[in-house]
Each structure stands twice: as C-alpha cells, then as structure tokens.
Design a protein around this ligand. Structure first.
Ligand SMILES: [Fe+2]
Length: 292
C-alpha cells in the first residue's frame, strides 16, 4: 500500500526551484514555505543534486516528474522510474506528482506533454500505469490536469470525470493546475467553475498557478488562444479562479510555476505571498459563510 502523503504538512505556497536559483537558495536561505523540483533536472547533474540535498535539509520538497509518461501506451520507462525513485528516497518529498499526458514513444523522449483521448481504453492504460508508479515509488502520486488546445472527437467523457474515475480506481490524488483549467476552458469553450465543481475536494492534494500568454488563433478570425508558457506573472482571471478553487476545495499547498524568462527569485516569492493572501481571504470568507 502507498504511504499516506504528508499532504497537509504545509498548506502554504511554494515556488518552483529552477537551476538559476539553486545557488542563491543555498547561500541566502530565503523565507520560502517549500520548493517544487523536476527530478529530471538533477538526475544527470551531480553538482545540482548535491545542492538539492543541502536544500532538502532546510525546506520541504515536492517532486514534480516530467518524464514519467503515464499516458504512453508502450508502458513506463522502468529504468527512468527507478532513477526518480532513488531521488525521491533521498529528498523524502511532501508530494510527488506528474502529468495526465504522454511524452515518450518507443524509447524517445519528446519535448512536449501530449494529450490523450478520454475513453475507457485510455483509462485502463492510465490506471495500470498509475498503479505501477505508486508501487515503484511507495507513495501516492498526484496527477495534474493538462493545458489543452485540441480535443479528441473520440473522447467519451469530460476531463474532470476521467480524472475522478482515475482517482477512484487507483487511490491516486490530483494536482489541480488552476491556470490550466482557466486557459483550457478558454481554448476549449467550457465553464472553468463547472470543471472545478466536478472534482471531489478530497482528491485534491495540490494546486498549481502559472502564467500564460495570449496569442491570435490563426484558425479563428478575431479569436485568440491562451498558451501555457509559464513565462509571466499569474493573470488576474486565474487568481479569481484560484479564490474559487480555495472556496470549493479548502486550502491546499499551492505552487507558483515559472519556467521561461525566469525572473529574480524575489519575484517568485512575491507571487507565492500573493497566493497566501488570496487563499487566506477566500477561506475566511468561506468560513464566515458556513457560520451563517
Ligand atoms: Fe502545472
């Protein structure tokens, strides 16, 4: 059985730890609630891995895998999973997560997180792979909703129903990326709040927030598409949806993701403090509503 996650060890907001900030974090020990890492950044970089060990002695760490491709029909790369498991044993993270996507095929690693049709066959493959990952890691795995630009005509269920059934079948949890819900709902034309209403609060182990970029949609004259660039501050509309998510699910550990045009660490920590303030006032509001 999986180890129970220490998911509420920290309900505060963390930031993604990216390579340009690692030495600064070691040297200055900034006030930060926790850091999320991509294990793939450390597996072939012994110096960074050594610094990560140092950081893990002072801060809670969340491990967000990007190369464990649970959606690949050809199966999980067990050698890669074993390397991730060793890193997880070394840093003893508070959370371990990955994407609802596929990113490998026939031993090739692709640079994108690619979408899946939401149907019974895909669900069976995903459930098998999530079981395998949870067994190998000895921990609950959190599955993250993707950013969507296109759907499959063959999908037979909504994404939130697909994720909820995956939780029921495997005992996994969900990492709800609120910015992804916002931008996917814009791109795919559905109601973002109805999507959040479709998820069970108990299943939500973590939230993500990241910046996106608006571009003209060449397929729709006058239309636009939101791209999940993680290259800007969180948009006001995503903050609003975050407040709704907190009222709906309660407070959850929340991560600020920023992967391109990476700013000063202080900017990331400032975004994390904004998440704290919004979560605090949203949960206070919900508590006073519940009190009558
Ligand atoms: Fe995310």
């Amino acid at each position: 059985m999986q180890q129970t996650p220490r998911r509420h060890a920290s309900l505060a907001s963390g930031v993604g730890l990216r390579l340009p900030h690692i030495a600064e974090v070691v040297a200055t020990r900034p006030q930060a609630a926790w850091f999320e890492i991509h294990p793939e950044n450390f597996l072939a970089n012994p110096h960074a891995a050594e610094l990560l060990g140092e950081i893990a002695r002072h801060y809670p760490i969340s491990v967000h895998t990007v190369g464990v491709s649970i959606g690949s029909a050809g199966g999980i790369d067990r050698a890669h999973l074993a390397r991730v498991a060793r890193l997880i044993d070394a840093v003893d993270p508070i959370l371990v997560s990955g994407h609802l996507a596929w990113s490998t095929h026939a031993g090739e690693y692709l640079n994108d997180l690619l979408p899946l049709p939401y149907d019974a066959n895909t669900l069976a493959v995903l459930a098998r792979h999530v079981d395998e990952v949870q067994q190998a890691l000895g921990r609950t795995y959190l599955v993250e909703n993707p950013s969507s630009y296109l759907g499959f005509a063959g999908s037979t269920m909504t994404e939130f129903a697909f994720l909820s059934t995956l939780v029921e079948r495997t005992g996994c949890q969900l990492l709800c990326d609120v910015s992804n819900v916002y931008l996917s709902s814009h791109n795919m034309g559905y109601d973002a709040r109805a999507y959040l209403d479709g998820l069970t609060a108990d299943a939500i182990g973590e939230l993500h927030l990241g910046g996106f970029t608006r571009e003209a949609d060449e397929a729709t004259p006058g239309g636009d598409v939101l791209i999940d660039t993680h290259a800007t501050r969180v948009a006001d509309a995503a903050w609003e949806l975050y407040a709704y998510a907190i009222r709906r699910f309660g407070r959850r550990p929340t991560l600020i993701e920023w992967d391109n045009d990476i700013p000063a660490l202080a900017t990331l920590l400032d975004e994390a403090r904004r998440a704290e303030r919004i979560a605090e006032s949203a949960s206070d509001l919900e508590a006073s509503r519940a009190a009558g």
